[in-house]
Each structure stands twice: as C-alpha cells, then as structure tokens.
Design a protein around this ligand. Structure first.
Ligand code: IFM
Length: 800
C-alpha cells in the first residue's frame, strides 16, 4: 500500500493519504531550536536539549499526540476540522489533504467543506522560534464566517521527565498570561526571577498570533480540551470561543482563536509563532511577521536555498527513481540530520543522552563529506579533540565537552557521569576512514599537520592523533595478537570480555594501518612506514590464521578462547560484518572475498536486507551475548540491522559486483518499500535502525526512524560504492559498480570547487570496469582524474 510519493523536483516527500501506518516525521530547525513534526502535526520542540529544554509536550509511545494543531471552524454551521487530518480526523471521503515534507519545512494542505488551508511549519534559518504560517482560502461561492484556532501544549517544566512524571511538583510551578492582545505567555518558576534559588532561573515561553486579531484565548489545557474531551473534539473549538481562561496550578497550553470572513475566492494569511522567550523578546520576533505572507515566504526561500545548495553538490540521474530519490535528497538529508542531531531527539529518542557517541558521530561525518566538506571538518576537529592522549576515544563526548580538561574512562568521575565504564575497542579506529575521506574529498592535505588538543591533556597534530589511535589498539592486544575486545566493538551487544578479540576490530585496525601509511608516505616518514608495514603484515597473518574458516570469517574470540561465529556453532554461526569488512579493509584475498560474500548472500540475505547474523541466539548464547535479550529476528539478534547494509553494499561494489550491490541497496532502501508501506511502517524516505527479520511475525517492519548510523553507511555505499566516486589525495577515481542493465546514467558532482558533469555509458551491460575516459574531450589513460587537470567546469565521459 502506498501513502505518498517522492517529488524529486521540489525535494519533497508528499503524503497524500494521511492515515499512515506510523507517524511519518520531519526535522525542523537545529538543536539550538529543534522541532520534530509528523504528517499529522504531532511532535515537539525544544531549545538546545530535547531532555532539558523541552518547550512543547509530546507523549512518547502513544498515538502521535499532542501536536501543533490548527483547528478550522465554520462559525455559521459550527462544523470544525483540523488543518492536518488529525486530530479531528474527518472522514477521508470528504476531507482531502497532502502533507509535503521538505528540507527543514513541512507544509500541510487540506480541503474540506470548500475551505482550503495551507499551514507551513518551519524554524527560520539561525533563529530560535518556530512559525506555523497559515493561509485559508474560501473556495465556495458564498461568503464564509470562519475561525482558526491554534493550539500548542507547553510542558510544565523544561525537563521532559519532570514534566511527565513529577506531577506533585511541576503542576505547581507554571502559569500563563495573555499579553499585548497577541500571545499567551507561559512562565515557569515565576518567583525565582525575584529571589533566585539554587541558581535556577524563571523560564518563559510564548505562543503568539501575527497578522490577525485574537478573538479569544486559553492558557489552560483542561479548559481548552474540556474534561472527557480530547484533541479531536476540544470544547473550546466546539463552542467557537476559548473562554479566555489561564492556568494556575494546572497544565498550561497556548490556545488562540482568530475570526474572519472570506468572500468567495478570498484568502487570509496569518502566523502562529512559538518560542522560549520573554515578552519583550517575543514581541520583537512577532514584529517581523506584520506581513506574514511576505515574511514567511522570504524565510522559506532562505531555508530552501540553504539546504538545496548543499544537496545539489552531488546529484545523480540513473534509471532507478528510488536510487535517485535517496541519493539526491532523502538519504543525503538524513545524513545532515544525523550529523547535526546525533541521537538527540526523535519519536524514539527523547533527548536524555547528554552527549555524542564517539563511534556514531565519527561515522555520521562520512555521510556529509561529499556534500559539505567544510561542515565535516569542523566536526572532525571536535571529535579529534575528544580523543584521549592514550589514543582511545571517549565513548561519550559530553555536550559540554571541554577539550584538554576532560576526565576519561580511567577516572571514576567520568564513569559516574556518563555511565560508560570502559573504553570501547573500535571508537578511535573510525577516525581513519573519516579523516581519509575528508582529506581526499577536500584536498586539504595540510589538515594532517593541524594541531588539536587531546580530550584530557596535551595536544598533537592530526597525524599524531592517528598514530596514537594505532598505539591504543596495539597496546591492548589479546591472546591471539588481535585488538582486545575491551567493553565492546561496533556491536553494543557483543561483550567478548576485556581480553576477548573481535575480528571486526582487527580488520578495522588493519585498514587503519593502510590509511596511516598513506599519510606517512605523504610525510616521508620512512621509519614509521617500516613499523606499520611490519605490524600490518603480522596482523594480516594473524587474522588469516585465526579467523578464516572455510567460507567465512569468524566473529572473534571470547576471553578464554571460545570461538564466536564458527560455522559449526548451533546459533550465530554466520556474521555479516567480518565478511563485509574483510573486503573493505583490504585484508581478504580476492578468492576469500568472493567466497565470504557468497556465504553472506546464501545464509544472511532476505527480501528486506541482510541479517546481522544467523541463526539468532535462543538457547546457546555465550555469557556476554547481550542480544539474547531481544526477540529472535530483532535488532542485534539476527535482525536486519540497517547500518551494516551500507557496508555490504560498499563491499560488493568494491568487488565490482554491481548487480549484487544494487540488490542490497534495493532490499534495504526505504524508497523501495514506498508501495509496501503497510509492511515497513516506517517513513519510506528515511532509514531506520533495523528491520524485523525471519522469525518475527512482522518480517519487514522497520523501527527507530531518522537518527541512525545507517544514513552515513548507506550514503557511502551508494556514492563511493555504486557510483564509484573514489577521491584520493591527488584526484578522483571514477569506478561505478552498477546493475548491468543500466545502459547510461549521469552524475553531477562538485569536487574541490570544480564542477564535474559525468556521463557514464555502459553499452555492453557491464557491472563495473572501464574502457575509456575522456575529460573535456581529452582521453585519459585510466579512470582516474588528477585534480590539477580539472577546469572550473568539466565534461567527463566514462565508457564501462
Ligand atoms: O554501533 C552501535 C551504535 O553505536 C549504537 N546503536 C547500535 C549499534 C550496533 O550495536
């Protein structure tokens, strides 16, 4: 079943059936002022922290309520509806709607009873308030007397948990005022303004109307809704009068009614505005919307220009619409959202995590490098400054990170504050692909010599940071000579024990050694090259000897020597990541790669993607296999974990297996499930954390939308893998790995400030490889373009 479609031209996803199987969300603003909104206007807002700066309330794990509601009312017939289908939920036979999720804005169009409404929700660029711009049009042939009523539900406390559960306190600290005939002002801890206590401050929020007069107002949730009523039939809306009540020792809300008469064909524009500001600051904001239509259009244009100019830095035109939609807009936009929001706030994450996960964040950066290398650079610097001087990464980098002065997992204070008891084996190793990809994309070779502080003390060049990351692993080897498991590797559920050994991490280390050698060569550091050559050779031999088993790489060794992921194990005998990373790391021979990838396809592949391992743990889990806690076919317990889909796509593409790479793309791409939304349930335009697999009665259902490392791995799998964009220090290799029936396709890419227009022709139906390449009419020797040969604009033709 299909609920919407991709509008590639406008970079929007259009939901034309509002009864979606789950709330389908979009992100507005930034963590400075963040807002999440569903296709039925459910969602919440916050300043700086989803957990501690919560402004608008949302009830998690419920039915997508409350939200940013605009009710419309025919004041003659007393009939009422909402500008988003829910919460009133008129019959879809008579109520028509479209929700357009765009890049940092969402527009709701509805038509009911010959009244057309359009609400545009957005947070203006670099501003800390949100706007709900409304246009109502009378499409009937007679004048209509109408009301529009805006409703938002304030939290009673900035802390989301306090608001939800500590009612004996939070109900008694909030009150509302009606101010200046244009707004409800909510004040929390009002007296603190006059007599400070415990350093706390009074907090103020507002809900205002601009461009129309307030006819009635309400600042008390229960008065607005009415006891035994709900969001779908609020008494204030039914009555057409909000009663002018304010809250005191009860739940606050913002409710504002405006009344107007529209002649046939006439429209009216006005805007509701929400923010965390006092009355003066709110009035300054409201003053900017005296002409809401013009002011809001200008702000929307700025937003679109900002986001589209970034996305346009890489665009593809291939025979696959779902590939184009994901790569050009939605996977790319999701990469920016994960890059900016980390795992802060969604309909699954409530914002309680008080920092950045090291591995997650370093990987998220990879998703935007090809689109905005300057943004990536800033975050790379930040993450390097969260590397401890022993070379390991801080498992959690606090939002208040103070480079050079942080405690580490060696300090009880860090453990107590973050809940992370130890270093993880993989964190700092993610720096290698990320730093390499950034330098190769940008050509900023000097970055390797930039001096950056360590998290706890001292400083060093980027080169030194990377060397210490190698040292971190080499100083902590297990009994077989591979990196010790420490607290965990990428798989949070895999506790191999402090001296256990993960094949995945060993492969990451092997890859890291290859990368640091490039830098060492650049710096003529011969002694270090010799050192790396010798340890890499040894590591490679060890992995080959200890981890290769006939047709697969095992998952690792538990402390004490038990093999995990042997083909003879009754459960979890086949694991995905050691196979894909055997290829990505360059460790596996060509023959091993072919065999291991074939084993993946045979034993792990399903119609919805590749399982993380199989069979699931049920009765034979080792002590430390925490995934046993999950139902079979779910998450790390043989679910289709989404993030590794990007790695297997990349691995197949690196092998030149275009058909297989695309098969995996298709299986796991949200867009491919657009017409099967009743199975996937999650938004068809964004990746989730995992998909339920064989063994679940809901095979194919996806979970945990938006904020997932999948965004970046799938992006890399598509851009570097399938499209074959492989920059290095000196230029760019173009090596597509595509379905053999793609006869031609085009890529437009900005590379180091130059425009590349690449036409790929594949007349003989290959999956990879090249016959010829011309750059601005000149035939080159290989499918590699040295950066210094590029003009400002470049026509490139590659024949496969
Ligand atoms: O790698 C982790 C990630 O850091 C958090 N989510 C789960 C992944 C796999 O366990």
């Amino acid at each position: 079943m299909r609920y919407g479609y991709f509008d590639e031209q406008n970079k929007e996803y259009v939901i034309d059936r509002p009864d979606t199987p789950a709330p389908w969300a979009n992100y507005l603003g930034s963590p400075e002022y963040g807002a999440i909104i569903s296709n039925n206007a459910g969602g919440y807002s916050f300043e700086k922290s989803g957990a501690n700066g919560r402004i608008l309330r949302y009830i998690f794990n419920s039915f997508d309520q409350p939200g940013r509601y605009v009710y419309l009312r025919d004041d003659d017939t007393k009939d009422y509806w909402s500008a988003s289908w829910q919460p009133v939920g008129k019959s879809l036979d008579v109520y028509k709607s479209e929700c357009h999720h765009g890049t940092a804005y969402t527009k709701m169009y509805a038509e009911y009873s010959d009244i057309k409404s359009e609400v545009m929700y957005y947070v203006p660029l670099n501003k800390t308030h949100e706007v709900w711009k409304v246009r109502v049009t009378n499409n009937s042939d007679k004048p209509r007397n109408l009301s529009a009523i805006g409703y938002c539900e304030f939290t009673n406390d900035c802390n989301y948990e306090q608001d939800q559960v500590n009612l004996q306190y939070t109900l008694f600290i909030t009150r509302t005022y009606f101010m200046d005939n244009n707004k409800i002002l909510q004040v929390i801890n009002e007296n603190v303004e006059k007599a400070e206590i415990n350093g706390s401050k009074a907090n103020k929020r507002f809900f205002a109307l601009a461009g129309s007069d307030v006819a009635s107002y309400c600042g008390d949730k229960e008065e607005f809704l009415g006891r035994y009523h709900g969001y779908g039939n609020p008494i204030g809306v039914i009555n057409g009068d909000l009663g002018n009540k304010l809250n005191y020792n009860s739940n606050a809300c913002g409710g504002l009614q405006t009344k107007f008469t529209l002649a046939p064909g006439e429209s009216k524009d006005f805007a509701f505005i929400v923010g965390m500001k006092d009355n003066d600051a709110a009035n300054a904001v409201i003053a900017g919307y005296a002409d809401p239509a013009a002011a809001c259009q200008k702000e929307l244009d700025e937003l679109i220009e900002y986001w589209h100019s970034k996305l346009n830095n890489f665009q593809v035109h291939t025979p696959s619409d779902s590939f184009n939609n994901m790569v050009n807009t939605w996977n790319a936009y999701q990469c920016f959202m994960t890059f900016i929001w980390s795992r802060a706030a969604s309909f699954s994450y409530c914002g309680l995590r008080n920092g950045y996960g090291y591995r997650d964040t370093v990987q998220d950066i990879q998703g935007v490098i090809h689109l905005a290398p300057e943004m990536a650079l800033e975050k790379i610097r930040f993450m390097l400054s969260a590397q401890v001087d022993n070379g390991g990464g801080l498992p959690l980098v606090k939002f208040t990170h103070n480079a050079g002065h942080e405690d580490t997992p060696d300090d009880p204070s860090y453990v107590q504050e973050t809940g992370h008891p130890a270093y993880r084996a993989d964190d700092a190793l993610w720096l290698f692909p990320t730093v390499y990809k950034y330098i190769a994309e940008s050509g900023n070779l000097d970055f390797i010599d930039e001096v950056i502080p360590f998290a706890n003390k001292d400083e060093g060049t980027v080169y030194e940071h990377l060397k210490r990351a190698i040292d971190f692993s080499m100083n902590r080897l297990g009994d077989n000579g591979m990196p010790a498991g420490l607290w965990a590797d990428w798989n949070d559920c895999l506790r191999l024990g402090k001296r256990g050994e993960s094949t995945f991490v060993a492969m990451q280390l092997y890859y890291a050694m290859t990368v640091i050698k490039y830098f060492a060569e650049m710096k003529d550091d011969a002694e270090y090259i010799d050192y790396i050559n010798s340890i890499q050779y040894k590591m490679g031999e060890t992995i080959q000897e200890k981890c290769w088993e006939d047709d697969r790489f095992i998952r690792g060794y538990k402390e004490g020597g038990q093999v995990i992921g042997s083909k003879n194990d009754p459960e979890a005998s086949m694991w995905l990541n050691p196979q894909s990373w055997a290829v990505i790391s360059g460790l596996a021979t060509r023959k091993q790669s072919e065999i291991a990838l074939e084993s993946v396809h045979r034993e792990l592949n399903t119609e919805y993607g590749v399982r993380l391992m199989f069979p699931p743990y049920r009765e034979h889990a080792f002590d430390g296999a925490l995934m046993l806690l999950f139902n079979a076919g779910t998450k790390e317990n043989a679910g289709i974990f989404s993030q590794p889909q990007g790695w297997i796509i990349l691995a197949e593409a690196l092998m030149g297996h275009g058909n297989r790479a695309f098969e995996y793309f298709n299986e796991s791409s949200p867009a491919s499930m657009n017409d099967k939304a009743e199975i996937r349930k999650l938004e068809p335009y964004c990746h989730g954390q995992f998909t339920e697999s064989v063994g679940s009665p809901f095979e194919g259902r996806a979970h945990v939308h938006w904020l997932t490392g999948t965004a970046s791995t799938c992006m890399v799998g598509c851009v570097e893998g399938i499209m074959g964009m492989r920059p290095d220090f000196g230029g760019i290799k173009i090596a597509p790995s595509v379905p053999s029936d793609w006869k031609e396709f085009e890529i437009e890419k900005m590379f180091r400030g130059k425009k590349l227009s690449i036409k790929v022709q594949n007349p003989d139906g290959h999956e990879s490889g090249f016959q010829s390449l011309t750059l601005n009419g000149e035939k080159l020797e290989a499918n590699y373009i040295p950066a210094d040969k590029l003009a400002d604009t470049n026509d490139i033709v590659l024949v496969m």
